[in-house]
Design a binder for this molecule. Structure first.
Ligand code: GLY
Ligand code: MN
Ligand code: MN
Length: 442
């Protein structure tokens, strides 16, 4: 599958679309992320602010995008200064001149000019839009600019009277993926599926969880995804019952299940796939029965996905299958309909069914939750979500001993299409038979 990055013109179109939604005579400020210190003078791998990236395509830290809606609309980028010494030590910088051309900005400045220039773009605007509280340092900069304008009242400066949080506006745009975004997410899923298959084939008792993590990361990197979209989870046995387990430092044991939740990040877009499989390649009868409850619940939920449906409907389908399965196993007792109404399965299916997926793994976008926590947002073509039911029995769960310490989750990434859905997570085995067959090839 070919991999086509997003065209610069698409980033420019997104800015125009946001400008069209902004109030008259307003200015929006969207800052880049800063590098984060790991220890002393070393930094974590840089991750760009996703809203900034969505609207600019610009990869460097410390910049600022300014969108002005006035008589004419303008896109202005502030970016790091060209600096030969810094560039020898820390890497190349695009510089304002090239940034203006290559990223289709109307104007670009070096960051040195920010304090002086920024107040002038805010001056006289009625409304200021930014994500107040997202970055402390940026909040201070914005309030300093407002102070400059208020103090310059006699010179005719005017500060905006209204401040609006811009995040919801951008979130609504990010929720619906373009064809180019969908292509990247398809590819991120293919890479991630291959990584899960590799881990299945290389699983063996006696190896460390982090060694399977290394297999996952190896496959990501050798297929064009340098880094994971989130901390890779490899949980053997009871560790699988810890939802965001990332220590990955224990030894995998015979006759245990191992849960891997891992997703590649490609061009900033996340995949988020989970598979659970037997360390030794063969499911026990009990593990297979529980696994099939989760699998049937996942398939039932996925089948509900189409335009106009919603997470509440998908949840209802998954909860019904899981509740029936737990009744069959004698783990729950009582009347099926009553247990469903009471959401009794939530004692063991302890998280939500899924979430939006995109530039962030838990992507932005309103779920339109009602007072009963039902997520009623109607699905629309172009939305991408995860569907990830699970069952978790920790060491203290009130179940038979051989069930304690078992965690199972199965997670796929689903695109809403015009007529239904497309499962993007298609190239990694999911049934008991297919998983065992792949692992037998190892
Ligand atoms: N990987 C985190 C999640 O599945 O939500
Ligand atoms: Mn997920
Ligand atoms: Mn996940």
């Amino acid at each position: 599958m070919t991999h086509t990055p997003i065209e610069i013109s698409e980033f420019a179109q997104r800015r125009q679309a946001l400008l069209a939604k902004m109030p008259e005579n307003s200015v929006a400020l969207i800052p880049a992320a800063k590098e984060v210190t790991r220890s002393r003078d070393t930094e974590f791998l840089f991750c760009q602010d996703k809203d900034f990236y969505y609207l600019s395509g610009f990869h460097e830290p410390d910049g600022l995008l300014v969108l002005v809606k006035g008589e004419e609309n303008e896109s202005i980028l502030f970016c790091r200064n060209k600096d030969p010494l810094q560039e020898v030590w820390h890497g190349r910088r695009v510089g304002s001149e090239k940034a203006q051309q290559d990223f289709k900005m109307d104007v670009a400045y070096e960051l040195d000019e920010l304090e002086q220039v920024l107040p002038m773009y805010i001056n006289g605007k009625t409304t200021l839009l930014f994500a107040q509280g997202a970055y402390d340092e940026f909040d201070k900069l914005v309030f300093a600019c407002l102070e400059v304008l208020r103090n310059g009242y006699k010179q005719g400066f005017r500060a905006p009277q209204t401040i609006i949080d811009i995040r919801d506006m951008i979130a609504e745009m990010r929720l619906i993926k373009s064809p180019a975004e969908i292509n990247i997410m398809r590819k991120a899923n293919i890479i991630t599926g291959n990584a899960h298959s590799r881990a299945m084939k290389r699983s063996a008792q006696g190896i460390f969880e982090y060694q399977l993590e290394a297999d996952i990361l190896h496959e990501f990197a050798f297929n064009g995804a340098r880094a994971p979209a989130y901390g890779t989870i490899v949980g053997g046995g009871e560790n699988a019952t810890i939802l965001h387990y990332t220590e990955n430092n224990e030894v995998l044991m015979d006759e245990e299940l191992v849960l891997i939740d891992a997703g590649a990040e490609l061009d900033g877009y996340a995949a988020d796939i989970t598979r659970t499989f037997p360390v030794n390649g063969k499911f026990s009868d009990l593990h297979a029965r529980l696994y099939n409850i989760v699998l049937d619940a996942q398939l039932a939920a996925i089948e509900t996905i189409k335009p106009g449906s919603n997470f509440a409907i998908a949840n209802e389908a998954a909860n019904r299958v899981i509740t029936q399965g737990l009744l069959n196993e004698g783990i729950l007792e009582g009347d099926l309909e009553q247990l469903i109404e009471d959401k009794a399965c939530k004692e063991y299916f302890i998280h939500g069914l899924g979430h939006w997926l995109g530039l962030d793994v838990h992507d932005v976008g309103d779920y339109q939750m009602d007072e009963f926590k039902n997520q009623l947002r109607a699905f629309e073509p172009g939305m991408v979500m995860t569907i990830e039911p699970g069952l978790y029995f920790d060491a203290n769960a009130p179940v038979e001993e051989d069930l304690q310490g078992v965690g199972i989750r199965i997670e796929d990434n689903i695109l809403v299409t015009e007529t239904g859905y497309e499962n993007l997570s298609v190239n990694v085995p999911k049934t008991v038979a297919d998983i065992e067959a792949l692992m037998a090839q190892a």
